[in-house]
Design a protein around this ligand. Structure first.
Ligand code: ZN
Length: 263
């Protein structure tokens, strides 16, 4: 758990779990490309991926972005929320950057099938709803489809105003409906990135194709454009999978870019 601010918006990074993946599995063309980036990998050539959610608080509003990888991965999101001093019933909005199972797993109380966040509307990008309901992936059937039956689901598309300071932005490629959240408050900027960038490796090498992107070419175009935008505007960035707790900024590094973690 780590707290930061963007103007009047409190941004809290919540770490559900951390798991290490072989870099060659995450980046199919990576063997040569990542050689200069060994510093980002552990001694076995693995990259530590964080599985984060972000809490955004402003005035009376409490918004949770993504709900983690859940009990099957020994997820700690409920404990992180408790440590942050936030009751499950204080969250008025849950929004998903996308519908992969590592972003949806604490949606429901598994014991009784009720919403984990009893007062929240759950906002789902429509293009992901269409894609994953047709595919009927296991995590969709378990975690997302019940939200419709429970009457707590709203489909969203385009740029949706969440609060006067927070708006969604479609960032497709990783999934068809992948969505980020833009924060603008009191002259400061923030950006909840989702999976536009996975790790410090592709923050430094945004051209790398990634195994986990549904449309790898579109994802690469989106990643390069968004990293460039965030370098230029200096946004505080919350990234789902970049080294825990996943808060920092993209900065220039010579002719390229790199991730600069929040101290
Ligand atoms: Zn993810």
């Amino acid at each position: 758990m780590k707290r930061a601010r963007v103007g009047n918006v409190e941004v809290v990074a919540l770490v559900d779990c951390v798991e290490a993946y072989d870099a060659n599995m995450v980046y199919p063309d990576a063997a040569e490309a990542i050689a200069p980036l060994r510093g980002y990998l552990d001694s076995e050539g693995r990259v530590a991926l964080n599985f984060a959610s972000f809490l955004l608080r402003e005035g009376t509003r409490t918004i949770l972005v993504d709900t983690g990888w859940g009990p099957e991965h020994h997820g700690l999101l409920p404990d992180e929320l408790r440590e942050a001093g936030v009751g499950l019933d204080e969250i008025d909005t849950v929004i998903f950057t996308h519908l992969h199972g590592d972003h949806t797993a604490w949606n429901l109380d598994r014991a009784n099938g009720t919403p984990m966040f009893p007062r929240a509307r759950y906002l789902v990008p429509r293009a992901d709803w269409d894609h994953y309901s047709a595919e009927a992936s296991a995590s969709f059937v378990r975690d997302v489809a019940p939200l419709e039956r429970l009457g707590v689901l709203d489909l969203i598309e385009g740029e949706r105003v969440l609060t006067p300071s927070m708006t969604t932005l479609p960032t497709p490629g990783h999934t068809p409906g992948h969505t980020s959240v833009v924060i603008t408050s009191a002259g400061e900027r923030g950006f909840i990135l989702g999976d536009v960038v996975f790790s410090e490796v592709d923050a430094a090498l945004p051209d790398l194709l990634s195994t986990f992107d549904g449309d790898r070419e579109l994802a690469r175009r989106t990643r390069k454009a968004i990293v460039q935008r965030l370098v230029e505007d200096g946004s505080l960035v919350g990234a789902s999978h970049i080294r825990a707790p996943g808060l920092g900024r993209f900065v220039r590094d010579g002719a390229g870019t790199r991730w600069d973690a929040l101290a």
